[in-house]
Design a protein around this ligand. Structure first.
Ligand SMILES: NC(=O)c1ccc[n+]([C@@H]2O[C@H](COP(=O)([O-])OP(=O)(O)OC[C@H]3O[C@@H](n4cnc5c(N)ncnc54)[C@H](OP(=O)(O)O)[C@@H]3O)[C@@H](O)[C@H]2O)c1
Length: 333
């Protein structure tokens, strides 16, 4: 049995969902892959809980649910005030998992890679701004740097582009990558104005309290940037043309519908060019997705058009991508 030491950063929605999967499917992973995971540290912004013998995830989840922060945990465990940089250097782990929303996490991704640790993340800005630097460092150190859950949650579009289609040249990708905007546009189709549709999305927990990342197209822009990096060559988010859905009117949505079309926030990725903007798509198009889905149509020279469609958000679904990367990294180490 191979034992893999994991150092988890971020114990919010995704961090907890990943922990639950590790807890509930431990036997399955042991039997299927011959690996045993030991979570040696967990960090949130309140502190880092570190136990080289392995943390009881069940207890960690209870503490976080009841007290809202890991630093409340003082019984058997030491809580350290490490910065993430210090933590990735100090803590002996095989794989660092970043499921935080720390925009500057690329610095400690780099530090972890330099320490020879594998890095797995669902956090988009590090990739959208520092892809070249991070993937080069991972190559140089020959350690895994995996980020399936950054685009389309667990729907494996990154794996598809990075590990398959190796003899194909990708020509173009058209994709709907943000479920919140699809929800808002769908509600506008049935008569709501933008503000009411947004309020409904927020009330349902689909849109965040600060919805700007979604409605201004930034989230989809990050994802489209990452797709370009993987399918073509490294670019940064600064080079991407992004227009969100804030200016889409109910009239435009209704007019599209009358023509047998629907408005979606569409990312178009071609060599050297990435755009994200609201577009009319025919109702029979694979991009006319429902609000829980994402879809990408990948056009290549050999295969032609390939459609990948599935969950684009959700906790179990995002954990699927993160855990799949953890297993991939473990089998490589
Ligand atoms: N939710 C989804 O469906 C989904 C899907 C795909 C990708 N993602 C991405 O996955 C990441 C996590 O999402 P989420 O929904 O779990 O967010 P969240 O609930 O806000 O959790 C973020 C966690 O990161 C912690 N954190 C922030 N900066 C940190 C730092 N420097 N060191 C240690 N911990 C730090 C926060 O600590 P505190 O609790 O102390 O604030 C919190 O526990 C985000 O980057 C998000 O964009 C999410």
């Amino acid at each position: 049995m191979k034992e893999i030491k994991l150092s988890l950063f971020g114990f919010g929605n995704v961090g907890k969902a990943v922990s639950r999967v590790l807890l509930e499917k431990g036997v399955f992973f042991r039997e299927k892959y011959g690996v045993e995971f030991k979570v040696v540290s967990i960090a949130d912004t309140s502190g880092v809980v570190w136990l080289p013998e392995g943390i009881d995830l069940r207890e960690a989840l209870i503490i976080r649910e009841n007290f809202g922060k890991l630093s409340a945990w003082t019984n058997d465990y030491e809580v350290y005030n490490f910065t993430p940089d210090e933590a990735v250097r100090e803590i002996d782990a095989d794989v660092v998992i970043d499921v935080t929303n720390d925009r500057n996490a690329w610095r400690w991704h780099l530090a972890a890679l330099r320490e020879g640790k594998g890095v797995i993340t669902s956090n988009k800005p590090p990739l959208a701004f520092h892809y070249a630097e991070l993937t080069k460092e991972a190559e140089r150190r020959d350690v895994p740097y995996l980020f399936e859950a950054t685009v389309m949650a667990g729907t494996p579009v990154i794996g598809l582009l990075r590990e398959n289609l190796l003899g194909d040249a990708v020509e173009r990708i058209d994709a709907v990558l943000n479920a919140t905007t699809t929800f808002i546009l769908s509600r506008m189709e049935v008569g709501l104005n933008f503000e009411d549709a947004l309020r409904e999305a927020q009330a349902l927990g689909i849109a965040e309290r600060d919805p700007s990342g979604d409605i201004l197209g930034i989230d989809a822009g990050y994802k489209a940037t990452i797709l370009h990096c993987v399918a073509f060559s490294p670019v940064t988010f600064d080079e991407v043309r992004v227009r969100g859905i804030a200016e889409v009117t109910p009239d435009e949505v209704r007019r599209a519908r009358a023509k047998g079309k629907t408005v979606r926030l569409v990312a178009t990725v071609e060599r050297g060019e990435v755009t994200v903007e609201p577009k009319e798509v025919p109702l029979e198009s694979p991009l006319a997705v429902g609000s829980h889905e994402n879809a990408a149509v990948i056009k290549t020279d050999l295969l032609g058009e390939l459609l990948i469609k599935g969950a684009g958000a959700g906790l179990k679904e995002t954990a699927s991508g993160v855990v799949s990367d953890i297993i991939k990294a473990s089998l490589r180490l």
